[in-house]
Ligand binder design. Sequence first.
Ligand SMILES: C[S@@+](CC[C@H](N)C(=O)[O-])C[C@H]1O[C@@H](n2cnc3c(N)ncnc32)[C@H](O)[C@@H]1O
Length: 463
Amino acid sequence: MCAVKAVPDFSSPTRPHPTKVPVKPAPRRTPLAFIAHLDAARRAARLPYEPWLGDASRRGLPVQLPDWVAAAHGVAPASDGGSSGAEALGLDTSRWQLTGFRGLLAVRDRVEGEPGVYLGEDGLRFLDGVLAARPGGRVIEIGSGSGIVAAALARTRARVDCVDIDPLCVTATEVTARLNGVADRVHARRADLLTLAPAVPYDTVVANLPGVPVPDGLRYSAAGDGGPDGLRLIRHLLAVALPWLRPAAEAGPSPRLLMRFQSLGTAAGPLLLAELRDFAARGRLDIEVCADSRVRVAVRNGLTAHYAGPLNPGRSQAELLKTCDDHAAALGMDYYYSATLAAHPGEGTVRFTDTSAPDRLASRHRPGPLPVGQAGDRVTRGYLGKLGDLPDGFWEAGTPEAVELPLTRMSEFAAALADHADGLAAVGEVFADHLAEHPAGGRAVYTTANLLAGALTDAGVLA
Ligand SMILES: C[S@@+](CC[C@H](N)C(=O)[O-])C[C@H]1O[C@@H](n2cnc3c(N)ncnc32)[C@H](O)[C@@H]1O
């Protein structure tokens, strides 16, 4: 799903365009130094959860497996010097890439244009959720992908079971386990959740399953395809997981289910909440759900059409986009949420917290006390500050142009917002040329325009 991206850095205080990132080059011969430099580059780019920073080599970071990864973990390079340490791990260094986060290393197999091992911002956020929840006891991860979450879990327990439908992901999970020194404790195998019968009982089920709503007939990667409403696999897991869990009387305080999920929804919350309430009641669990991003479904459709392109040759971008838009309209959902959840033994309650940027395009605006001319600098600073609220995956299709454009059309956009009852119509009018030129990825401008609407409101240009 995610290629190595040319993400901008934001080291200049006033412009969101790429300049030079102030990361000192230094030898990176250990995992610790590698991860520290990667984190510095993430901070400079203001992308705290991005596993695969673009132009990493310019930043002095290896994107492909460097020799030290094997040596640092006890795998000697071939004695004839004919293979590198990475090759000694049995990996084709032209295909496998390395990243690191929270002291862990992880790999993915990646060839441009081919589906492969998926690790995105959602995976790193999920890792933080799992680390915070500190599950104990026996754990199974469904859809282990790169294996970074399994490796984190294996640090504090004797055994972690993992399954993934994609054999490449099983390999990635094994290599990641090896790189983190926990190969003897991570047991990965190829299996399909839909037919899975694991060796129960488990204390905790962990999963970050595909959740992209994909219309029937559209080809899509297994790492993203969540079926027509996006919930096919998640719904299945909720239907089968309770009998996999240790009986309540024997269960400790560990979370029973830890999940990262994406879900269509309305302003009231994700569609999945209804199914979670049912799951909580059936399992006598208290579920805490925290959403960290919510985008207009039109933005999700743009991303879906963007990724579906190479997998559906012969179907134009405009055609794919229309298929996704018609499909979402039939489902009647306005938003697409990303969230993390933890389910603990309890009374059957579900608590939902939404920390995503408010949708300013949904409310009616009128001119505020300050004219744009007087508030321009304040709006610009406010807007740049809000870029930290860009949703996971923004840079999958979004471009620096989609970030800069709202600033360059600030006055026009403020006037259009005051004119239109519907903020989406204001975006459509002011950014019509951009949306026409980039029909799918260009929809990222709905997200940045929403942040600018917030900055205009905060500064008093709009009320
Ligand atoms: C969104 S990725 C998450 C990867 C990783 N756990 C993470 O958090 O970064 C979803 C993973 O689920 C796997 N998957 C998709 N369909 C599956 C199925 N039916 N059964 C098991 N795994 C599946 C994919 O191959 C992919 O690795």
